[in-house]
Design a protein around this ligand. Structure first.
Ligand code: PHE
Length: 350
C-alpha cells in the first residue's frame, strides 16, 4: 500500500492531484487514518509493535507529499518567471509629460524682470485675515471700498489680529502682502508678490480664482516718476517691444494717494489689437492695464513706518490678463480647464 501511494504522489502533476492523494491517505476516511483507528482494538503488546509502524507510514506519506508540493511550486514559479520575462531593450512608449502653465511662465518672467531692477519676491497667505486684507489697507469695517471686492468670507470668527478678533477671508488681492513685507522687512524695500486671489465673480473675463502680482517700493524721496519709469521698464521687457506707451489717469484706491490707473497704448494690426504705440494716434487706442499709486501715509503707519521719512509706490496687475495679452489668448476660463490641447494650441508643449 505504501509503495503504491508513494508512486501516485510522485506522478502527481498538479497541486490539486497531490491534494487528492493526501485525502486518500491521511483524510478522515483515508487508508492511513483507518489503520490508526485499528490501534484502539489491539492488545498493549500488539500496539507496541503496530503503533510505531503505522505512525511511520503516516510520516512517510506526509513527507512525500510535502516534498512533492515544494517541487510543484518551484516548477510553477520557474514557469511564471519564464512567461513574464521582460525585454528591457524594447523601446518604451513615450509617457505624456506636463509643461509649464502660461500663468506660471508669466510669474517666472515677472520675477526675472523685476529681479533685474533689484526686487525680491515676497509672499503671504491665501487665507488671509480681514485686518491684513482690508483694515490695514485703510479700509475699516463698513468702508464702501470693501464692497468693490466680492469677498469670500469664512463663517466663523478668526484669531485676534492687531488687538481685535478678525474674520478670515480668501484674500481678494495681493495688497495684504504689502503690509506683511513692510512689517517683516522694514524699509527700504523693493518687492513683488505674485499669487492667487479670490473674488466671487465668474464670466468670460472673470474667474473666482485668478492671479495678481503686487509691486511695492519703499524708500526716501520716492515719487510718481519712479512708478512710471518702473512700469515702463517692466512692460517693455515683458512685451519685448520698445514702443510701449503709458497713460496715467487719476483714480481711487483707499491704500494709495494719489492713485493712478495705468493705460497702455495699442494699435490695430490686421484687425488685431497689438500693444505698442501712442494710444491717441489714428487707428490706436488705450487699454486699462493696472491700478497703482503712492502708498497712503495711513498704510505706512499701519505697517509701523514713519510716513515723514519713507515714501513709496505700489501697483497691482492681473497676471492672467498679462498672459492673455502676451500670448493672444481670449477666454480666461480656459486657463483653469486643464486641457492639454489648449496648452498645445498656444505653443505650451503639453
Ligand atoms: N489691489 C488693487 C486691486 O486689487 C490693485 C492695486 C494695487 C492698486 C496696489 C493700487 C496699488 O485692484
Amino acid at each position: 500500500r505504501l509503495s503504491e501511494a508513494l508512486a501516485a504522489i510522485d506522478v502527481a502533476q498538479t497541486i490539486d492531484a497531490l491534494e487528492a492523494q493526501r485525502v486518500a491517505a491521511l483524510g478522515k476516511s483515508g487508508w492511513v487514518s483507518a489503520l490508526l483507528k485499528t490501534l484502539g482494538g489491539m492488545t498493549p503488546e500488539e500496539r507496541q509493535v503496530e503503533g510505531p509502524r503505522i505512525q511511520g507510514l503516516r510520516a512517510a506519506v506526509s513527507d512525500a507529499i510535502d516534498a512533492k508540493k515544494a517541487a510543484l511550486e518551484a516548477a510553477a514559479l520557474d514557469a511564471q518567471l519564464a512567461r513574464e520575462v521582460i525585454d528591457l531593450t524594447l523601446p518604451a512608449p513615450a509617457a505624456p509629460k506636463g509643461s509649464i502653465h502660461p500663468v506660471s511662465q508669466v510669474m517666472d518672467e515677472l520675477a526675472e524682470i523685476f529681479a533685474d531692477m533689484g526686487f525680491s519676491v515676497a509672499s503671504g497667505p491665501e487665507i488671509e485675515d480681514d485686518w491684513h486684507n482690508f483694515t490695514s489697507l485703510n479700509m475699516p469695517e463698513s468702508h464702501p471700498a470693501r464692497a468693490m471686492h466680492d469677498t469670500f468670507y469664512f463663517p466663523d470668527e478668526g484669531p485676534e489680529v492687531a488687538g481685535a478678533p478678525t474674520r478670515m477671508v480668501l484674500r481678494t488681492h495681493t495688497s495684504p502682502v504689502q503690509i506683511r513685507a513692510m512689517t517683516q522687512q522694514g524699509a527700504p524695500l523693493r518687492v513683488i508678490a505674485p499669487g492667487r486671489v479670490y473674488r466671487s465673480d465668474s464670466d468670460a473675463t472673470h474667474t473666482p480664482m485668478f492671479h495678481q502680482v503686487e509691486g511695492l517700493v519703499i524708500d526716501e524721496g520716492i515719487h510718481l516718476g519712479h512708478l512710471k519709469w518702473t512700469l515702463e521698464t517692466f512692460l517693455k521687457a515683458f512685451f519685448e517691444r520698445e514702443d510701449i506707451v503709458l497713460r496715467l489717469r487719476p483714480s481711487y484706491f483707499p491704500f494709495t494717494e494719489p492713485s493712478v490707473e495705468v493705460d497702455v497704448g495699442w494699435q490695430d494690426v490686421n484687425g488685431r489689437r497689438v500693444l505698442g504705440g501712442d494710444g491717441d494716434a489714428p487707428g490706436h487706442g488705450w487699454m486699462e492695464l493696472l491700478g497703482s499709486g503712492m502708498v497712503n501715509r495711513r498704510v505706512l503707519e499701519f505697517a509701523g513706518l514713519d510716513p515723514d521719512k519713507w515714501q513709496g509706490f505700489a501697483f497691482g496687475v492681473g497676471v492672467d490678463r498679462l498672459a492673455m495679452l502676451k500670448y493672444g489668448m481670449d477666454d480666461l476660463r480656459a486657463f483653469f480647464d486643464g486641457d492639454g490641447r489648449w496648452l498645445a494650441h498656444y505653443g505650451f508643449d503639453p
